[in-house]
Design a protein around this ligand. Structure first.
Ligand code: BGC
Length: 721
């Protein structure tokens, strides 16, 4: 074990500040001159660059190995660098985007995917990822909703923790795991009007109740790093937000891991207008013990030394921050082996291996959501003629945003997937139109209609492009871009056996499509094995079981729309949705209910819920209630069902959500099988934030239901004593 304190003792202040600085990979592998190129932009001289603590982004292990080797030769303190990258949903083999993974409701599968990503990342020379992203969000206009697991606190927390456990494994020294970094602390998902980088205004109550729990769950799961968000929360950017970074994170939560800024977040304190210059920006971030400065500028190196000399900060604080970074390196085993399993052989063995592709395919199957099915699906493999129509018919750009080192050319298209599964079918591919915003060109419809007419089945392959969601990609509309909905309408008119497969990184407004076609399978961005997964799902080799993790609105005006809202004083009977009743909570030009509620998702099986039972109708502080429900697969198709338990706290000192996911289990069923699914309810699950922002439960009546949001069934009541 390295003696970290002894290492720190031998370091100069500049050495230490370089240790807290992260540079981009291109600084080390690109232009060799300090006068031009990325090196020049880093603001650091060669001597400083020799002492840098961490690097962001490498394309392959050769670069990583070369740069680490040179560093170990040149760094006077011989401290290996830690290499980080956004391994968000896969490294080279890409699995579905996190929002899709949320729809799988399968934490074990999430872990398996992250372990796979870690193995590939280790081979490629990466030691840490900037994930999980657990920003709670309710606004589909925000492009980054694709990175989190949706609008439910419990699901987002469990999925966040599963990612931490999956990436980090049992022991970071095992050379199969990488360090995880929870981001973006806190509340970034509340961006006003879904516009990326805008400020977030959240009451402490709402922040604590909905936004903070998932970050905390990741910390409890042992996450190694945390990234504050670069936007403004209640007037103060998180990087400079004392309440958030010191009072909540360090004091209340006792977080002991590394804090790394987001990209340029420190220098952007100047752009936000909370620091007059980089000197002040450095002071604000350092005061919050943001340990590592990520890229672009080097404001710690350039400013903090002087502040320590002047007594603004102590060297003791600097040492504490450096120690955290060195501890991370020690945990990763970098002092024993700075290369940590990176090799071209390991890359060859791991990248896109049969096993990894199988995991990615299974994940895509488990996260797809069957939104509608009037009986057209599953398709028969005896079909003779299939028309694949739409921009995604034979398109390999379906990995999704943030797909790390994944490559489109290694991704299976729908056409390739179907060709492989039903080799005897005659497949016609017609694009019909683009999915460019504002494209009104319908000249491709004619060929598409012709193909539809002569085919037994049409698969419409529609959606957003993969770069129409993700960072910086906010939208003011949520429709299928271009004339895709019109195309669908025309096609469905000439062929009633038309099914739609829809792609997106966010919930879309699919009402028009819903009215046009008899079946919709929403596949999100499914990753490398997308086409194979889609083929399996369409032809019944896989049975859809995903449930949507984020509400699909009817129209953009409903945003933000989410299932776990509070009651108003004027709530309307949902049966009357769409009818305008004066002085009630209603839009006068639309219903209040969404197109598809949180938890919606069909299957080729038919699950019937019977007999919800509570072991007692009262609960004490240290007691428990067993809740059981019988679920019957009333069909001849084996399948999986996400059994959900919802609650409502009827009277409390703050208005409670009218429905709130309390627990869920994903259960496998044989054809015709009946199973008793059991949950345990204890008092801590009933806690909420009271008007003093204390996390408490209050005695009174609670409702327990099964079903899913807006479609609850079998409600029972119990009393918390
Ligand atoms: C994003 C982070 C990401 C970082 C590094 C930033 O723009 O907000 O989520 O980890 O870039 O790529």
């Amino acid at each position: 074990m390295a003696d970290l304190k002894a290492i720190i003792l031998q370091m100069s202040i500049e050495d230490k500040l370089c240790q807290l600085t992260q540079c981009c990979g291109e600084v080390f592998i690109g232009d060799g001159s300090v006068a031009t190129g990325p090196k020049a932009r880093s603001g650091l001289n060669d001597e400083m660059l020799n002492k840098i603590g961490s690097v962001l982004n490498f394309a392959n292990c050769d670069d990583a190995i070369k740069v680490q080797k040179e560093h170990m030769e040149n760094d006077p303190n011989k401290i290996p660098m830690v290499f980080m990258m956004d391994v968000i949903h896969g490294f080279r083999t890409i699995y579905p985007i996190p929002l899709a993974m949320g729809c799988s409701f399968d934490t074990e599968l999430m872990k398996e995917c992250c372990q796979m990503a870690s193995r590939e990342a280790v081979a490629g020379g990466i030691h840490a990822t900037f994930g999980p992203m657990v920003d709670y969000s309710r606004d589909a206009r925000w492009g980054r909703v694709m990175e989190s697991c949706g609008e439910d606190v419990l699901l987002n927390s469990r999925m966040g923790a599963a990612q931490v456990e999956g990436f980090q494994g049992e022991d970071l020294k095992d050379k199969k795991s990488i360090a995880a970094c929870v981001k973006h602390f806190a509340g970034y998902g509340g961006a006003e009007a879904g516009l990326d980088y805008t400020g977030v205004e959240l009451s402490e109550h709402t922040l604590r109740e909905f936004y903070l729990p998932a970050y905390k769950a990741c910390i409890d799961a042992g996450v190694s790093l945390l990234m504050p968000s670069f936007n403004v929360l209640n007037g103060v950017p998180s990087t400079a937000n004392k309440w958030l970074m010191q009072d909540i994170l360090k004091k209340e939560w006792d977080y002991k891991g590394v804090v790394i800024s987001d990209w340029a977040a420190m220098s952007e304190l100047v752009d936000h207008g909370v620091a007059k210059d980089e000197n002040e920006a450095a002071r604000l971030a350092f005061a919050n013990e943001v340990d590592i400065e990520m890229c672009v500028t080097a404001i710690y190196v350039n400013h903090i030394g002087k502040m320590i000399e002047e007594g603004v900060f102590t060297e003791e604080q600097l040492d504490r921050m450096v120690l955290r970074v060195l501890e991370l390196k020690e945990k990763l085993g970098l002092f024993e082996d700075p290369y940590r399993g990176a090799s071209a052989d390991a890359e060859k063995r791991e990248f896109l291996s049969e096993k990894n592709r199988e995991i990615a395919r299974r994940a895509a199957e488990e996260s797809a959501v069957l939104l509608k099915n009037d009986g057209v699906l599953p398709l028969s493999k005896n079909i003779k003629k299939i028309a694949l129509i739409g921009p995604f018919a034979d398109n390999n750009a379906i990995k999704g945003f943030w797909s790390c080192n994944g490559r489109d050319e290694e991704t299976v298209t729908i056409k390739q997937g179907i060709e492989k599964l039903v080799p005897n079918a005659e497949i016609t591919v017609v694009k019909g139109c683009t999915n460019d915003f504002g494209d009104k060109d319908t000249s491709g419809f004619k060929a598409a209609i012709k193909a539809a007419k002569k085919s037994d089945i049409v698969v419409l392959c529609l959606g957003e492009k993969q770069d129409q969601s993700g960072e910086g990609n906010s939208r003011t509309t949520l429709n299928l871009p271009g004339v895709q909905s019109e195309l669908a309408k025309e096609i469905a008119k000439v062929n009633k056996n038309t099914v739609a497969v829809t792609f997106s990184g966010r919930p879309l407004t699919l009402g028009e499509l819903h009215e046009s076609v008899p079946a919709i399978l929403h596949i999100w961005f499914p990753g490398t094995e997308g086409g194979n997964a889609i083929a399996n799902l369409l032809f019944g080799d896989a049975n859809p079981c995903g449930k949507i993790a984020m509400t699909f609105p009817k129209n953009v005006g409903q945003c933000p729309i989410y299932y776990n809202h509070r009651s108003t004083g004027r709530m309307k009977d949902p049966e009357l949705d769409g009818q305008h009743i004066m002085y009630m909570t209603n839009y006068i030009d639309s219903g209040n209910l969404p197109q598809y509620s949180f938890g919606h998702g069909l299957s080729y099986s038919n699950f019937v819920y019977e007999d919800l039972k509570l072991s007692s109708d009262s609960l004490t502080a240290d007691g428990e209630i067993k809740v059981s429900v019988t679920v019957h697969n009333d069909s001849d198709v084996a399948g999986k069902e996400v059994v959900m338990l919802y609650m409502r706290d009827l009277v409390a000192s703050t208005a409670r959500p009218i429905q709130q996911l309390l627990d869920f289990k994903k259960v496998c069923f044989e054809a015709g099988e009946r199973k008793n699914v059991e949950f345990t309810v204890r008092e801590p699950q009933l806690r909420f934030y009271n008007p003093e922002n204390k996390h408490v439960s209050e005695p009174g009546e609670f409702l327990i239901s099964t079903g899913y949001a807006d479609h609850l069934i079998h409600t029972k009541k119990f009393i918390l004593e």
